[in-house]
Design a protein around this ligand. Structure first.
Ligand code: FAD
Length: 390
């Protein structure tokens, strides 16, 4: 076992970081303030190979491994310091694109992936509903087969990219008596009859991404838009996504930590109080050391999950769910603690917008809630240790 990042992998990180610093960082404060989505920026991300990072080149992707995709995502947020845009990337590329790539028919892959990779089409993922977040399998959205179509009725809540996406990976109940084993996944285009974007949702953070409720009112979906096997939507699609979102998407929270550590170190060396830089005070040094310790632990946990994804035999091996849960809890809680401590080290200016640390905290608060809360992750970890199954 060796832990080194190769030169090529480091180059992926550096390129994403430089792109983030050059293209993303200069406008992030303004986009956060006005909750503005920047489509031209998304297309630049696509041209830089970020949007199609993990997909094979034959579909227009960059062909990065899961580990390299983590590095790209971390570098992107390190340079750009934009958690919201990273989340939009995760919702499109990972939550929507990975199921198409891994579970889709050749026709589905050909239809969606090249236009996603080029930035022309943005995707989204619809699992959560107003009444079913953590208990996602309790969803009420129904899909009923009628001739050569499925008719969807119901609504999905808090959907990232909801108001701007071209298509949606949607989970819906196809066999109510079978509970979690009676849920299927569909590809639904935003121009499908009966598809509507509901209320736009204002948020505390992640404001450079857009969030909305999605409504299905007798929404017509052609039968060829079933994604994966019938009734495998929860046990198949959701399980597939968990490892990917809790490594490649979560890596954005690592990039946020890295950016905050850089900011804090610069500031602590420059800011003079009591005739010396505040970096001379042990209390400040210990906060910085703890930030770095949390960052290194999280990075290793995420890379372990990514390594397992890269080593997996598709369709055969189970995804590393417990390792992914451990990574999710550690990295998300570390992101919050580090953002909070960064504000503390910066003092009064940390509480202002100028150094980006207050926005970083607002963004980081979502990470212990979305994609499975810390409480749900701890449940997964404890059940595994107690050997009482899922
Ligand atoms: C900005 C944003 C973007 C999002 N994007 C998407 C998206 O693109 N697609 C999508 O499908 N969803 C999305 N979500 C939804 C997100 O995944 C859910 O909010 C999350 O799963 C938590 O569900 P909930 O909000 O219903 O909380 P609840 O499930 O109601 O939980 C409330 C509290 O109870 C705790 N709790 C619940 N069950 C248990 C238990 N068994 N044991 C211990 N504690 C428990 C939780 O940990 C939490 O603290 C997004 C949410 C937000 C806020």
């Amino acid at each position: 076992m060796h832990f080194a990042i190769t030169k090529d992998q480091q180059a992926v990180y550096d390129a994403a970081r430089e792109f983030g610093a050059r293209e993303v960082f200069p406008t992030v404060l303004e986009r956060d303030k006005h909750e503005r989505w920047d489509d031209a920026l998304w297309k630049k991300m696509a041209a830089a190979g970020l949007v199609g990072a993990p997909f094979p080149e034959v579909y227009g992707g960059t062909g990065l491994s899961a580990l390299e995709t983590c590095l790209a995502q971390e570098g992107f947020v390190h340079g750009g310091h934009d958690g919201g845009l990273a989340m939009a990337w995760g919702a499109s590329t990972i939550l929507c694109g990975v199921p198409i790539w891994k579970l889709g028919t050749e026709a589905q892959k050909q239809r969606y992936l090249p236009k996603m990779c080029s930035g022309e089409w943005l995707g989204a993922f619809c699992l959560s509903e107003a009444g079913s977040g953590s208990d996602a399998a309790a969803m009420k959205t129904r899909a009923v087969k009628q001739g050569e179509k499925y008719i969807l009725n119901g609504s999905k809540m808090w959907i990232t990219n909801g108001p701007i996406a071209h298509h949606f990976v949607v989970t819906a109940v196809t066999e109510p008596e079978a509970k979690a084993f009676g849920i299927s996944t569909f590809l639904v285009d935003a121009d499908s009859p009966g598809f509507k974007v509901g209320q736009r949702i204002e948020k505390m953070g992640m404001n450079t991404s857009k969030t909305a409720e999605i409504l299905f009112e007798d929404c017509e979906v052609p039968e060829e838009n079933l994604l994966g096997d019938l009734n495998s939507g929860f046990v198949g699609t959701a399980k597939l996504i968990l490892g990917w979102e809790r490594s490649t998407m979560l890596a954005g929270a690592l990039g946020g930590q890295r950016a905050n550590i850089d900011t804090v170190c610069r500031y602590a060396n420059e800011r003079v109080q009591f005739n010396r830089p505040i970096a001379k005070f042990q209390a400040v040094r210990h906060m910085i050391a703890d930030m770095q310790i949390r960052y290194e632990i999280g990075r290793n946990l995420i890379h372990r999950v990514a390594y397992q994804l890269d080593s997996m035999n598709d369709g055969g091996d189970d995804p590393p769910l417990v390792d992914a849960a451990v990574a999710k809890v550690q990295v998300s809680e570390a992101a919050q603690k580090t953002a909070r401590d960064a504000i503390q080290v910066l003092g009064g200016v940390g509480y202002t917008k100028e150094y980006h640390v207050e926005r970083s905290l607002r963004d980081a608060i979502l990470t212990t809630i979305g994609a499975g809360s810390s409480e749900i992750q701890r449940g997964i970890i404890a059940r595994s240790e107690l050997e009482i199954g899922f």
